[in-house]
Ligand binder design. Structure first.
Ligand SMILES: Nc1ncnc2c1ncn2[C@@H]1O[C@H](COP(=O)(O)OP(=O)(O)OP(=O)(O)O)[C@@H](O)[C@H]1O
Ligand SMILES: [Mg+2]
Length: 194
């Protein structure tokens, strides 16, 4: 099977699983993963962090965003310009000022200061699925593969998701960029140390 077809099938399966995860357990899962991330040396050392605002049934990132803000880290969020294949990174000082995009994702306004991907110490990388080798299945647009390529391997890449999003193998293509670690509510999976 072509990797793109294998990816599409796995994506649908994992999205259904994520939608079915009990609402009552979501907050606890987000608290647990936050507790683990706060102990990571890469998180503690990172001054400029590229995070994202979770949407739909994704593992929530709100507590992590607030924690980064309280810790005085420089918070950067991606913005997908309409009809664009790329995203831009913007410095966000007020988390209450995000604007919901066409795709339903809360994003920074275009006017906020632009940040270069090479200036990021740590990327929080969303995914529909990950494997223990650090392979990542995204939403299928290639935004993060392009973004991480522009970062030229600078910045620690931390995947983020529920435990059930860790699967035995994610099909990879040559453009796919792997993560260095994956944070889940039950463990931090270290793929490689940098
Ligand atoms: N560095 C790149 N340069 C040009 N095109 C790319 C690059 N990375 C990915 N793409 C294109 O993006 C498309 C989607 O890639 P892929 O299936 O890996 O998405 P994904 O990783 O699941 O999604 P996302 O990164 O948005 O979460 C592919 O057709 C691929 O050709
Ligand atoms: Mg990819």
């Amino acid at each position: 099977m072509h990797p793109q077809d294998a990816k599409a099938i796995l994506r649908e399966k994992l999205k259904l699983q994520r939608d079915a995860f009990p609402v009552a357990e979501r907050e606890l899962a987000a608290e647990k993963v936050l507790g683990l991330i706060l102990q990571m040396p890469e998180w503690k050392q990172a001054q400029t962090v590229c995070l994202y605002a979770s949407f739909k049934s994704e593992l929530d990132t709100k507590a992590l965003l607030e924690s980064a803000h309280r810790a005085g880290k420089k918070i950067v969020l991606p913005r997908v310009a309409d009809g664009n294949q790329r995203c831009t990174l913007h410095h966000v000082t007020n988390l209450a000022c995000l604007v919901v995009s066409n795709l339903g994702i809360p994003e920074p306004a275009a006017e906020l200061p632009l940040i270069e991907p090479t200036a990021i110490d740590l990327f929080l990388v969303p995914g529909i699925g990950f494997d223990r080798e650090g392979n990542r299945l995204g939403h299928g647009a290639g935004f993060y593969d392009r973004l991480l390529a522009k970062a030229q391997s600078k910045g620690f890449r931390l995947g983020y998701g529920y435990d059930f999003q860790i699967v035995s193998a994610v099909p990879g293509e040559s453009h796919d960029i792997r993560v260095d670690a994956i944070a889940t509510p039950s463990e931090i999976i270290t793929v490689r140390s940098r």
